[in-house]
Design a protein around this ligand. Structure first.
Ligand code: AVI
Length: 342
């Protein structure tokens, strides 16, 4: 086998592995009570396109808030992080619309960096890479389509330049509190002392604003969530009828999260061939598709300290809806990363 066919073969195996994992996670999630599906599977090509449409909605304030923050504070950010050569690594890069504000600013300043966008959707990474190559001649860019945790392993293997990691859009809010701590601790382990991260947190706010953001009247958010059923049909041989499920999203004040569901409108059985079985739904039974946690400043100050970071600066939009917080990796307490949670 020559080098090219070996590479093709290994890509096919990777795709097979991904499909197997998808089938396993769907089977596990639909066997739970209450049923759930991992929200990372919302982002195939169509899901990423729908999420971009969400970001343009008037009701979905986080994108506009973060755009305002980056425009207002790009100078503060570059002054802090831009002293030496660095890798600008973005986890969950999407269409990179907000990141372009920083890219343009860093290039105008003549900073020496390479951009490494990482996203679970191959189509998003491809589209972004093409788009940036056209828009920013001379930008060094090395995209990667994978999930966050594989992205962190890649980050740990990058060259010896320092890293500046972007984790914007309150993507961290899609983790449970426990998952956030595991994620931040893995992120800290992949970094070197002195590296920086910029993390976006959506803040707790009045309920109407929160509820409107996830219940837009055009139904884009409903389509975004329902798309996961179509994806299971296409990729795993499912026979979901998406119109027999209704999207429902509400704020759970005890969890501090918007929680989103697809609710079965009738009693039904759904076969998913790749899972090798069918799943039964009773009338009004929910599938939990996504949680979007909202934060208070005290919450993420504590998270930073517990996970080996020092909060350097915090930037808010004018309505105080959203914060981008800049953290620096500090030496672990004790003898190693395992000692940090004390
Ligand atoms: C990507 N993530 C931070 C979005 C959120 O707000 O939880 C995904 C989203 N779901 C519905 N609208 C937006």
């Amino acid at each position: 086998m020559n080098g090219q066919s070996r590479e093709k073969e290994s890509r096919l195996c990777e795709a097979d592995d991904c499909l197997k994992e998808f089938a396993e996670e769907v089977a596990a999630g639909l066997s739970l009570t209450p049923k759930q599906l991992p929200c990372k599977y919302l982002y195939d090509a169509e899901g990423s396109r729908l999420f971009q449409a969400i970001m343009e909605l008037e009701e979905y304030y986080p994108t506009r808030c973060e755009t305002e923050i980056l425009n207002r504070h790009k100078e503060d950010i570059s002054t802090i992080v831009g002293k030496a050569e660095f890798n600008l690594v973005e986890l969950g890069a999407g269409d990179g619309a907000k990141t372009k504000i920083l890219l343009r600013h860093f290039l105008d300043l003549g900073l020496s960096f390479r951009y490494v966008p990482i996203d679970i959707s191959p189509s998003a990474v491809q589209g972004l890479t093409c788009d940036l190559r056209k828009e920013f001649k001379g930008l060094a860019i090395q995209g990667l389509a994978t999930d966050y945790f594989e992205g962190l392993r890649h980050l740990a293997r990058l060259d010896r330049r320092s890293s500046f990691v972007l984790f914007l859009g309150s993507n961290i809010g899609n983790f449970t509190p426990g998952e956030s701590l595991i994620f931040l601790s893995s992120l800290r382990t992949s970094l070197r002392t002195g590296d920086y991260i910029l993390v976006g947190f959506d803040l707790k706010k009045d309920l109407n604003t929160l509820l409107r953001a996830y219940n837009d009247p055009k139904g884009v958010t409903a389509r975004f969530n329902t798309n996961i059923l179509r994806r299971i049909n296409d990729e795993l041989g499912g026979n979901f009828v998406p119109s027999q499920f209704e999207y429902f999203s509400t704020y759970n004040p005890r969890a501090g999260a918007i929680e989103s569901f697809l609710i079965s409108l009738r009693r039904q059985n759904v076969l998913v061939e790749q899972c090798g079985r069918s799943f039964s739904f009773s009338k009004w039974e929910p599938i939990h598709t996504e949680s979007s946690y909202k934060f208070r400043k005290e919450d993420f100050g504590r998270m930073a300290r517990r996970q080996g970071f020092r909060a350097v600066a915090s930037f808010c939009d004018s309505r105080r809806y959203f914060t981008d917080t800049l953290w620096q990796a500090v030496p672990f307490r004790g003898s190693g990363p395992q000692d940090q949670c004390v």
